[in-house]
Design a protein around this ligand. Structure first.
Ligand code: SAH
Length: 471
């Protein structure tokens, strides 16, 4: 064996194995951070091992305490930033670093966007083995206070009730009184709720024993500032309804709807099947791109309303829909994309697996006077061949969940020869995988456009359009 090969192959392995003797748990080490991991942790290298340090940023020199030592990597707890990055920002949230929600508040917004661009580019190259350029992400209009929905788990913690978010990779709750990415109107709703819980000794749910009542609090706020409050309970009713209603009726008129959602199953799912409206209406309305949508407790809606409009506009611009197009909208939810597309095309057919969402989509079509959209409930993979056989589809839109498209869906679409496919993805890894298969089957994407729907987090939405390379 050539000496250089021996040196390149065996020495790093050797040093990795020996490293446990050099670096020990609880050691304080100094290192330079050169990258950000997918969860937003800083990554540096020491003695041939990658060291993940939450809260550290590329370009920084930090001191970290080694808290886990594995064969191929180590985890460090940030002790001190010795030389800060010019991209470092001051996180406004009191529980930053404890709550598992926003992991990028310590990074300037411009640098967050750069990180997302290079993360998407990395997935396209590494997973898809493709050289598709990735544009700079479309920035969000609001860096904070952008969400229209919050779901807070509730747990007893000794003498106090914790309402907040899970710590990273855990079911331990970090109590949060003001989440900076939620609308500020929700803060006062939460403080009223705490009054009702304490005054009435509301029993709080215990995951381990499946006892207690109040499991989650879900809040939704539309652009007009109207609020829906959903109490997810392990039971059928709550103590002292009238006190709860009084706390909102006279003090917070923006709360238009209070709903009990009964979830008595032992499950991680937040919402159960049955909802009882105990105050006001059982729904709100939201306006997106000039269309009205009915929002119930179960309705899926993108969580960043103003950026959803930017996302859809980007999709339609890239897809260049015309009044001659027949559009198939896969994974259509409550029909938000479908109905916006219907205003630009001749006809739209939507497919969605959740029956209630399909009912919402049909309701929303009527609400907006749209007669050229039709919706079907079922699994995309199962319904797709028949729909493609029946309709002269000229454009497809696919907005699948994080796991991306089933291989059979990609193959069916490709063999149908549909001229253009707009792909909206919330997971760059599965997007890259699916683009690779489309490319193999005779389609090409010229560019990927990330759209930042989730500032302060590592999540990123992407839009791309595939067109056929052969006739
Ligand atoms: N396009 C919508 C919703 C996208 S979220 C919007 O922009 O609001 C993804 C949707 O895919 C969810 O509504 C989910 O219920 C649906 N879904 C998940 N698996 C599915 C499947 N196998 N077939 C059809 N729809 C599915």
């Amino acid at each position: 064996m050539h000496f250089a090969t021996f040196y390149q192959v065996f020495l790093p392995l050797f040093s990795a194995f020996c490293y446990n003797d050099v670096m020990k748990k609880n050691d304080l080490i100094e290192l330079t951070i050169d990258d950000l991991g997918t969860d937003g942790q800083g990554i540096g290298h020491a003695e041939g091992l990658a060291v993940f340090v939450g809260g550290a940023l590329p370009g920084e020199t930090v001191r970290a305490k080694v808290i886990a030592l594995k064969k191929n990597y180590a985890v460090g707890k940030l002790d001190e930033v010795l030389a800060p990055s010019p991209m470092r920002a001051c996180p406004p949230c009191r529980v930053f670093g404890k709550c598992g929600g926003c992991t990028l508040q310590h990074l300037s917004y411009a640098a967050q966007l750069q990180f997302k661009q290079s993360h998407v580019q990395g997935c396209i190259q590494r997973i898809g083995k493709l050289e598709i350029p990735v544009n700079f992400p479309l920035p969000a209009r609001h860096e904070y206070r952008y969400r229209n929905k919050a779901a807070f788990p509730v747990r007893q913690n000794g003498g106090q009730v914790d309402i907040g978010f899970y710590a990273a990779h855990s079911h331990r709750i970090v109590d949060v009184d003001d989440c900076k990415i939620e609308p500020s109107g929700l803060k006062i709703v939460m403080s009223q709720l705490r009054v009702w819980i304490v005054k009435n000794g509301v029993p709080v749910y215990d995951e381990a024993t499946h006892t207690g009542l109040l499991r989650h609090i879900v809040l939704r706020e539309n652009k007009a500032g109207e609020i829906m409050l959903v109490l997810c309970i392990n039971g059928e009713d709550i103590p002292n309804r009238s006190h709860l209603i009084m706390l909102f009726e006279f003090v917070l008129p923006q709360v238009k709807s209070i709903i009990l959602n009964c979830n008595t199953r032992q499950t991680n799912a937040i919402l159960g099947g049955r909802s009882i409206c105990i105050y006001g209406k059982d729904h709100l309305f939201e306006t997106l791109g000039g269309l009205e949508f009915k929002i119930g407790p179960q309705t899926f809606l993108q969580v960043n309303s103003s950026q959803t409009e930017a996302l859809y506009n980007t999709l339609f611009r890239m897809l260049a829909l015309t009044p001659a197009d027949t559009v198939l909208d896969l994974y259509c939810g409550a029909g938000t994309i479908s109905l916006a597309a219907a205003r630009r095309a001749k006809r739209v057919v939507g497919i969605e697996i959740v029956e209630e969402a399909v009912e919402d989509a049909r309701f929303n079509a009527k609400l907006n006077g749209i007669e050229t959209a039709e919706f079907f409930a079922g699994d995309t993979a199962a319904l797709l061949p028949a729909v493609l056989g029946r309709e002269a589809v000229t454009a497809v839109i696919a907005d699948p969940p994080r796991k991306g498209l089933d291989e059979s869906v990609v193959r069916t679409l490709a063999s149908s020869g549909v001229p253009k496919i707009g792909y909206v993805s919330c997971n760059p890894s599965t997007l890259a995988r699916d683009l690779a298969l489309f490319t193999e089957l005779g389609y090409r994407a010229d560019v990927v456009q990330p759209v930042d729907m989730f500032p302060q987090t590592t999540h990123v939405e992407c839009v791309t359009v595939l067109s056929r390379t052969c006739a």
